[in-house]
Design a binder for this molecule. Structure first.
Ligand code: UDP
Length: 316
């Protein structure tokens, strides 16, 4: 297949490029490099089956070739980024999804969108099945991300129902692993960087809020399976892709300190506005539709990620 990946120089996007190329596909990577980095795809540049274009996908996209699939992964994804880039986040979720699904429709290509567990907001149901409509504050600081992704889901379902585009929506839960940026702002990268530098680990709030973390390799496997799954009525509805192993933020901090052998202590800082109190995916649909479950245990994934940051930051 020839596959367009927007946000292809980002954390998940670049891992997707790698995986899809290794499966024998051709990849066209688009990224405006606002939060992505050429470093993530430097090893792919120059390959015949890979092309990179620096492009902002809120602008018209022209690809002068046939395309089999479009994967829309462009967006700031760390709360720190989308709070700094609120309008760009809304634009890439809304206008960027419009441009990319327009491209898929024109090319008669399959379309997969990176949606998010944030569509559930601060959920009143735990774990979250795809049938849960969510609890989102549209005008809160996080609303720029949550509502952009919710609009994108609505647009995609409309293109599927009205234009018959073969669409897929992955609701991605917290994912971690190599190629997260040291200053990304998300909890796993923050804690690992702090632990390796011997700085205090900054817990926001009391640390009793929960998250469920999926190692990037498992996440990519689920996303590729969703893209490749044969068309059916069910496959067009959102699918949660995440790891249901739920733990508190305090437990994550303790795990990172233990696994990195750090002497860091823990400090407590104010909880950001609308920070979800719990989050855990119900992955029954992914198990049933894709025969997918995550395999990599937290300890293993964290150890690999700690090794990555050790060499990236050159600390021991
Ligand atoms: N968090 C924290 N310390 C940090 C960064 C994040 O305690 O240095 C908390 C944050 O308040 C949230 C959880 O960790 O409750 C996960 O935050 P992250 O930014 O990774 O993503 P989110 O799941 O909120 O989208």
């Amino acid at each position: 297949m020839r596959i367009v990946i927007t946000g292809g120089a980002g954390f998940l996007g670049s891992h997707l490029c790698d995986r899809l190329l290794s499966l024998g596909n051709e990849v066209i990577c688009l990224d405006n490099l606002s939060t992505g980095s050429v470093d993530n795809i430097a090893h792919l540049l120059g390959r015949e089956d890979f092309r990179f274009y620096k492009h902002d996908v809120t602008e018209y996209i022209y690809i002068g070739q046939s395309i089999d699939a479009v994967m829309h992964f462009a967006s700031p994804a760390s709360p720190r980024d989308y709070l700094e880039l609120p309008i760009q986040t809304l634009k890439v979720g809304a206008l960027g999804t419009h441009k990319t699904i327009g491209l898929a429709k024109h090319a008669k290509a399959r379309f997969l969108m990176a949606s998010t567990s944030e569509t559930y907001g601060d959920p009143l149901v735990n774990p979250q099945p795809e049938t849960y409509w969510g609890n989102v504050n549209p005008i809160g600081l996080r609303g720029v991300y949550d509502e952009a992704k919710r609009f994108a889901e609505a647009l995609i379902m409309a293109y599927h129902r009205y234009h018959g585009v073969d669409t897929r929506i992955a609701r991605i839960f917290n994912t971690y692993g190599p190629r997260m940026r040291p200053h990304d702002g998300r909890v796993v990268s923050n804690f690992i960087v702090q632990a390796l530098r011997g700085e205090p680990l900054t817990i926001y709030g009391a640390g009793d809020q929960t998250r469920s973390f999926c190692y990037v390799e498992d996440e990519i496997e689920g996303l590729v399976k969703l893209l490749m799954a044969p068309e059916s009525e069910e496959i067009h509805l959102p699918v949660n892709i995440g790891n249901p192993h739920e733990l508190t933020v305090l437990e994550i901090a303790e795990k990172v300190i233990e696994l990195s052998g750090s002497t860091s202590r823990i400090t407590f800082e104010p909880l950001p506005e609308d920070d979800p109190k719990v989050r855990r995916p119900d992955i029954s649909r992914a198990m049933q539709l894709l025969n997918w479950t995550p395999n990599i245990k937290l300890e293993e994934g964290l150890s690999r990620t700690i090794d990555y940051f050790r060499s990236k930051l050159q600390v021991h």
